[in-house]
Design a protein around this ligand. Structure first.
Ligand SMILES: Nc1ncnc2c1ncn2[C@@H]1O[C@H](COP(=O)(O)OP(=O)(O)OP(=O)(O)O)[C@@H](O)[C@H]1O
Ligand SMILES: [Mg+2]
Length: 227
């Protein structure tokens, strides 16, 4: 699903080497953690996969295709096939849960008559079907993050990227989010989670990639936090 071939990313101006000769292969259907200290390059990894940045060296492949070759429309299509979740859920405050999730369907090819069913299905998967009329302010942080997951998966993207999805949550809510992400993965979606949350990585074991100052220093198939 994702392949990095000798990928380096140097940010211009500051000339920070955010990723340094990274080679990796994440297969379709995998659940992978990306761990590392602040500044290790986790978000830079995500932005390369989304083609928000291009590598200074090497090549990134998603679903076998080299991203560098994509032009305008093809890049937009590529991004639509990736669900993305951030630390701050970025829900639209004036829209209900259901409308926030449906909002993500506007730019997909899903016909309008299927929207309700899709939205209900996504909200059910995250355990929030009963809060579909609630506005974000009427939801807890954990619930808001679950709506954000529903929004990210409602178009059934083959790949889900989560950048610090539990960053603002207490341990119990964090575990719930992890369980939801695992359920998404069980349905066949490839999931990559960037996180600092050592206890989660230790509790819900999955392949773990460790970055240190831009270098991939560990690739542990059985997981565990080794910083
Ligand atoms: N737009 C940018 N311009 C210049 N340097 C940047 C930019 N974005 C990130 N960096 C630098 O690149 C390095 C990697 O940053 P990145 O955001 O990928 O780290 P991270 O692992 O996601 O950290 P955190 O855990 O704090 O989110 C850091 O040294 C950072 O300062
Ligand atoms: Mg980051």
């Amino acid at each position: 699903m994702i392949q990095f071939h000798h990928v380096s990313l140097e940010y211009p101006v500051t000339r920070t080497l955010a990723l340094d000769d990274v080679n990796l292969h994440i297969k379709k259907g995998e659940f992978v953690y990306l761990v590392g200290h602040s500044g290790a390059g986790k978000s830079s990894f995500m932005s390369l996969v989304l083609k928000r940045s291009l590598p200074s060296k090497g090549e990134v492949y998603v679903a076998g295709e080299p991203l560098r070759r994509f032009r305008g429309g093809r890049t937009a299509m590529h991004r639509r096939r990736i669900g993305m979740i951030f630390q701050d859920n970025q829900l639209l405050p004036h829209l209900s849960s259901a409308d926030n999730v449906a909002f993500a369907l506007r730019v997909t090819g899903v016909p309008r008559r299927e929207w309700d069913e899709r939205v209900s299905g996504a909200l059910k998967l995250v355990g929030l079907d009963h809060k579909k009329h609630a506005l974000p302010v009427q939801l807890s942080q954990g619930e808001q993050q679950r709506v954000a997951i529903a929004r990210a998966i409602v178009s059934e993207p083959p790949l889900l990227l989560a950048d610090e999805p539990t960053g603002n949550l207490d341990p119990e809510n964090s575990r719930d989010i992890l369980k939801v992400l695992q359920n998404v993965n069980l349905r066949g979606t490839t999931v990559v989670v960037a996180t600092h949350a050592r206890d989660l990585v230790e509790t819900f074991r999955h392949r773990t990639l460790t970055l240190r100052r831009g270098r991939l220093v560990r690739d542990d198939p059985y997981g565990g936090y080794a910083l």
